[in-house]
Design a protein around this ligand. Structure first.
Ligand SMILES: [Zn+2]
Ligand SMILES: [Zn+2]
Length: 316
């Protein structure tokens, strides 16, 4: 670039002439500043503005068609010319691009492939050299931006969760049969192995497992029962379905007493279908009542009208 500093350099050079340097300290200082590179660089006159500059690529652009490998006019003149002909240049290069589009893209692609390997390799070498420094910097950065990063992560994961569940739902709907089939296949494949694994685990952790199941069953008793009834209803292709909550509501409605004999059932109750599932009754909440075990087992599969009640004979 041609500026104040370089113009000083030219003055310096002409003042120094070809004589021996008296002030070598100053010269080496200027060399460090990159103001003087060598005393042997010839000067070259710009064909446009007529000024003299060192014949280097600092002042003249590279031009391999020229004998000395650089342009005949200086960079300042070249820039001025380019600026004056901007529109024309732009149109030319656009026309050129359109004419040679395919070839250019192909060349760029090849260049990209070649550069990719080189870049990757350079990156690997650089990282191997700077690994410790990179890790330290990353750690420092994370520590300094902890709050913001956590905030950002929360936002991101909330958005991501939503997007993901929507995607999963769509995918499931689109591939339902295939997914179910895959699940069945996996189940069949791993069944033996899983069962064996569980057997081994239970044998080794008998006490812990038993305590865990007891606690779990107690907490989930009605859920388990409801699940069992639902399965049975499904097997019998019964209409309707109920949940543990429906049972809870019915229990409260009946104040914890047997629907048939009015005995207080406490925790020891059965959920009875008024019309038995085997007779085509529904598994829905409208067809379930709380009964004592004795009534439930006595009534069994009979219609309420066919059954004369257990002991007290209270009917529907
Ligand atoms: Zn010039
Ligand atoms: Zn009863």
């Amino acid at each position: 670039m041609y500026n104040g500093a370089t113009s000083n350099q030219i003055v310096d050079r002409s003042a120094a002439g070809n004589g021996p340097r008296s002030d070598t300290k100053k010269a080496s200082f200027l060399m460090q500043l990159n103001l003087i590179t060598s005393n042997d660089i010839p000067l070259k006159t710009c064909t446009k503005c007529g000024r003299e500059f060192p014949a280097t690529t600092d002042y003249f652009s590279v031009d391999r068609h020229n004998a000395n490998g650089i342009r005949s006019c200086c960079k300042t003149c070249q820039r001025a010319y380019t600026a004056a002909n901007k529109e024309r240049y732009r149109e030319n290069s656009r026309a050129h691009y359109l004419r040679n589009r395919e070839a250019i893209l192909e060349r760029q692609h090849i260049q990209y492939i070649q550069d990719r390997e080189r870049k990757l390799e350079r990156g690997r070498i650089w990282y191997a050299k700077n690994r410790e420094r990179v890790i330290a910097r990353t750690k420092a950065y994370h520590a300094a931006h902890k709050e913001r990063r956590q905030e950002y992560y929360r936002e991101w994961s909330a958005a991501y969760r939503e997007r993901k569940s929507e995607l999963m739902r769509k995918r499931y709907i689109a591939n339902r049969e295939a997914i179910l089939e895959r699940g069945r296949a996996r189940y069949a494949e791993t069944r033996e192995h899983e069962a064996e694994r569980k057997r081994v685990y239970y044998a080794a952790n008998k006490e812990k497992s038993a305590a865990y199941s007891r606690a779990y069953n107690k907490a989930n008793l009605e859920k388990r029962r409801a699940a069992r009834r639902r399965r049975r209803a499904r097997e019998l292709a019964a209409p309707g379905t109920h949940t543990a909550k429906d049972v809870q509501r019915q229990y409260e409605l009946q104040r914890g007493r047997c629907h048939w004999c009015d005995v207080s059932v406490g925790d020891d109750y059965h959920v009875d279908h008024i019309i038995a599932l085997t007779l085509g009754g529904s598994d829905g909440p409208e067809n379930i009542v709380i009964a004592c075990p004795s009534c439930n087992m006595s009534k069994h599969n009979r219609l309420p009208t066919e059954w004369d009640g257990n002991k007290t004979g209270r009917l529907l």
